[in-house]
Design a protein around this ligand. Structure first.
Ligand code: G3I
Length: 339
């Protein structure tokens, strides 16, 4: 018999070509190994119909992030018309398995619906659109999603505010506004700024640090900073010091989208280097008291976004395409237990 959440997720029709794999029986979980930190995974709702996939997600981790199902193009495909079936399937699955949910993401420049990207709106209208979206989505999940990436990737690679429709249409105030709207919608939710390339020193991390400082100075209701951490196997320069520096501002930090890509066809040595990198990332988080959780971006190598985005790279997750744990999995387990 198929559990209700699985049936709901399958009926929601997320993704095509879902296989039905067997999960290995003897995979020791990651959840609970470090009582101070949750260990999560980004989930594609449609794949919960694959029993092996669902079994591993539900038994190994204690948190999920819907990979695409809470993005604006899915949740508000027409203005004022909200669609939650796809994300509901994942949130129901999480509840049935006692898992927490990270909400990703409310305000971003990607994966927005046509009506928003092609519309022509005044500043006042755009503020109302953003406010109404945040309100509706957070109200639907109030009490069920405890933390949100309110604003995603608002800083460009040089450290300046990214040139997006939000910046052009509203101005830099769109960021503190989004946090205030989110706090009004669910005062008990923890609110995060989330970005990539911030886990290493450089102009990007400096830009995000400046943004966080300015949000805190303006008393915006910001609780944490998400470090996406899409990396290769080379140690990110000053990684732990960077987490520590942000935490010292008085916010939580989390690794929100971890994957470690390796060159295609590179064999055992690359998988060992990948395992070392995963261990390093987990150890760095554990060394910083305010680093509260680690989320891997995708369960297994078959369904990861990496090969499509980085030509010649892949195999970036903890499980191979047959759902067998890789050396990185054992490395993460050991690191969560203290080394
Ligand atoms: O929804 C359409 C579907 O209708 C269509 O049939 C199908 C055909 O290709 O495409 C579907 O959209 C895809 C979407 O994922 C949902 O599956 C897009 O092509 C695809 O580009 C999109 O990729 C996602 C990517 O964000 C896009 O921005 C990845 O799955 C997702 O892992 C990735 O996640 C982002 C985080 O949100 C933010 N940080 C970076 C991270 C990696 O890019």
């Amino acid at each position: 018999m198929v559990a209700p959440a699985l049936a709901a997720a399958a009926m929601a029709g997320c993704g095509g070509g879902v296989g039905d794999r067997d999960a290995p029986r003897d995979v020791a979980p990651l959840k609970g190994l470090d009582p101070q930190r949750f260990v999560g995974v980004a989930v594609q709702g449609g794949l919960l119909a694959d029993h092996g996939y669902a079994q591993l997600v539900g038994s190994v981790f204690d948190a999920v992030t819907p990979e695409n199902e809470l993005k604006w193009d899915v949740t508000e495909p027409e203005r004022g018309k909200f669609e939650f079936a796809k994300a509901d399937g994942i949130v129901d699955f999480a509840r049935e398995h006692g898992m927490r949910v990270r909400g990703h993401t409310l305000v971003w420049h990607n994966q927005n619906p046509q009506w928003l990207t092609h519309g022509s709106f005044s500043r006042t209208q755009l503020i109302a659109i953003m406010r109404d979206h945040i309100r509706a989505v957070m109200a639907h999940y109030k009490g069920r999603i405890g933390e949100w990436d309110v604003v995603n990737e608002a800083v460009d690679d040089t450290g300046k505010l990214r040139d997006t429709p939000w910046l052009r249409g509203i101005g830099p105030e769109y960021i503190p506004m989004a946090f205030r709207f989110a706090h009004e919608a669910d005062p008990s939710a923890k609110l995060f700024y989330n970005d990539y390339g911030t886990e290493r020193t450089g102009p990007k991390a400096d830009g995000v640090y400046g943004l966080v400082q300015s949000l805190l100075a303006a008393k915006a209701p910001l609780d944490g900073v998400g470090f996406q951490t899409h990396v290769d196997a080379k140690p990110p320069p000053d990684y732990e010091a960077t987490l520590r520096k942000f935490a010292a501002l008085g916010v939580d930090v989390e690794l929100t989208e971890v994957d470690v890509r390796v060159p295609d066809g590179s064999g055992a040595a690359a998988l060992r280097a990948q395992a070392e990198q995963y261990a390093r990332l987990v150890a760095g988080c554990r060394a910083v008291a305010r680093c509260r959780g680690i989320v891997v971006w995708g369960l297994d190598d078959k369904d990861s976004w990496v090969p499509a985005a980085y030509r010649g790279f892949g195999d970036a997750t903890l499980f191979d395409a047959d759902l067998k744990p890789k050396p990185a999995y054992d490395a993460v387990r050991k690191a969560l237990m203290g080394g």
